[in-house]
Design a protein around this ligand. Structure first.
Ligand code: 5AD
Ligand code: SF4
Length: 476
């Protein structure tokens, strides 16, 4: 890290991080003294649920595990340390994590030296931390979303037979300088800020990730340069609402940060998520139109097409205002792919409200939507609202919406047929091992026949066929 740069006000002091690195060294010595190095190094399994922010956090969790002398593994069996990074955004995610943590009991029974720690949004809620403490005695510690940097001390204490630890909600600082361990080099997450101030009435995130804190632009640019030097070709800037970036700093904002990143040297592209429509500015649209390295994709969650519901969701925009943003986007960048998140069955949603959301889909014509049935979250205002929508009504609406969204997706995907696009070859296709899967600006996967040696590189392909969920192409 550059010592001269101006720190973000939210940044933790370097001494705090140094103290954790000392714990990490102590853990590494503990294993070295027992000959557990190289091939005999203890294994650590990091399991991730939820959003891209969690994926990014897990890279730092894994980075700290490596610093402590662990070798990463992709399965829980045989691991000496299991770290579960949980999600709380919907009930289903919590249930799944709890069920999997439950299954780890037998691993702990078979190996008393196994340490199990649980982090992420689920355990940042005190009632969940207490539940793990009381009902999951084989879980040694939890670490909340603001305390990832404390993993070395938690592991060190546990290895020494110290007390189980279930404190959450204490740290909100930004920890700079934490190492990352990334499974692939050519795609990278880059967190530019943490937390959310918006308090959409259905959402747990402001409670689990705290208030908005921006990283300093120097720290972000420094990390971006390192990622590019390390072979990153596709960088996703992450924040719960990237448009608020810099509101807690002097003299910077998201459009200018994005422009600086897009102007770094190297053959890479940059994308970002998520944008709250209430703050999507014309300045941002201009930067996107002007800078070639910015992917022509805008994820702009609308959540609902009904003004009454948007108001009860505390979203602070109207359907008309939202449509205005998409029109300006399309005017500036005619071919842009627009995607959205939509919640069906929010409390009080009538058939007319739902029809307004369907109308929104028809007007905006999304390349893709992520749709969710509303899930009440303890502690959020919407969970207390009257008129919760019966599950069968939500499910039926959800199905109708998917059918329409898929029809529109197919139509949108067809516009690419016959075009040559620049694709980042990402992986061997999961359904057809003779094919490679990659992506261009649209979030839809593109499958094409090529040698696996192209993985990690940009290649030009000509789109030959469009389906609802994917495109087929050939190399040119
Ligand atoms: N129920 C259903 N969906 C939710 N989301 C957030 N909170 C809830 C909830 N309580 C959805 C929103 C958000 C996406 C990440 O998850 O659509 O944009
Ligand atoms: Fe949740 Fe709204 Fe913040 Fe997104 S903007 S994280 S939906 S509160």
């Amino acid at each position: 890290m550059n010592e001269q740069r101006k720190a973000s006000p939210a940044e933790l002091s370097p001494e705090i991080i140094e103290a954790q690195f000392a714990h990490a060294s102590a853990v590494a010595r503990f294993f070295a003294d027992r000959g557990m190095v190289g091939e005999r190094a203890p294994r650590c399994y990091v399991q991730t649920f939820g959003c891209q922010q969690n994926e990014a956090d897990s890279e730092r969790i894994a980075g700290l595990a490596v610093l402590m002398g662990y070798k990463l593994t992709d399965r829980p069996e045989g691991a000496k340390l299991i770290l579960v990074n949980t999600c709380a955004v919907r009930e289903h995610a919590e249930k799944k994590a709890l069920s999997i943590i439950g299954q780890y009991k037998h691993l702990k029974d078979a190996d008393p030296d196994l340490l199990i720690g649980v982090g992420g949004c689920m355990v940042t809620q005190k009632h969940r931390a207490d539940q793990l403490k009381n009902s999951y005695p084989y879980v040694g510690f939890v670490f909340d979303t603001g305390s990832i940097h404390t993993l070395p001390s938690l592991v060190h204490t546990s290895l020494g037979g110290g007390k189980r630890s279930f404190n959450v909600g204490e740290s909100t600082g930004i920890a700079e300088g934490i190492p990352t361990a990334r499974a692939i080099s050519y795609k990278a997450w880059l967190s530019i800020m943490y937390g959310c101030n918006n308090f959409c009435s259905y959402c747990i995130v402001p409670y689990t990730r705290g208030r908005e804190r921006s990283r300093s632009p120097e720290a972000i640019l420094d990390e971006a340069r390192k990622l590019i030097a390390g072979g990153a070709k596709d960088i996703t800037l992450l924040g719960q609402n990237v448009n608020s970036y810099g509101k807690d700093l002097d003299g910077t904002d998201f459009p200018s940060l994005l422009r600086s990143i897009a102007r770094l040297d190297g053959d890479f592209r940059v994308r970002f998520m998520t944008s709250h429509p209430k703050d999507a500015s014309d300045a941002l649209i201009r930067v996107m139109a002007e800078e070639e390295k910015i992917v022509r994709h805008f994820h702009l969650p609308v959540q609902s097409g009904s003004d009454a519901i948007l108001n009860r969701m505390n979203r602070r925009y109207t359907a008309e205002k939202y449509i205005g943003i998409t029109e300006r986007l399309r005017e500036a960048i005619p071919d842009i792919s627009i995607t959205s998140d939509i919640i069906v069955g929010f409390p009080g949603e009538t058939e007319a409200d739902f029809v307004a959301t369907m109308e929104m889909l028809r007007r905006v014509r999304y390349d893709m939507i992520f749709s969710f049935i509303y899930s009440p979250r303890k502690g959020t205002p919407a969970a207390e609202m009257a008129d919760q929508v019966p599950h069968d009504v939500s499910t039926a609406r959800f199905e109708r919406m998917l059918a329409l969204a898929n029809e529109i997706s197919l139509e949108r995907n067809r516009r690419f047929v016959g075009r040559t696009v620049r694709v980042l070859a990402e992986e061997v296709s999961r359904t057809d091992p003779s094919k490679i899967t990659g992506r261009a600006d649209s979030p839809r996967p593109i499958h094409f026949t090529a040698d696996p040696s192209v993985i990690g590189q940009f290649v030009n392909v000509k789109i030959t066929e469009a389906d609802t969920f994917s495109l087929t192409a050939e190399m040119v």
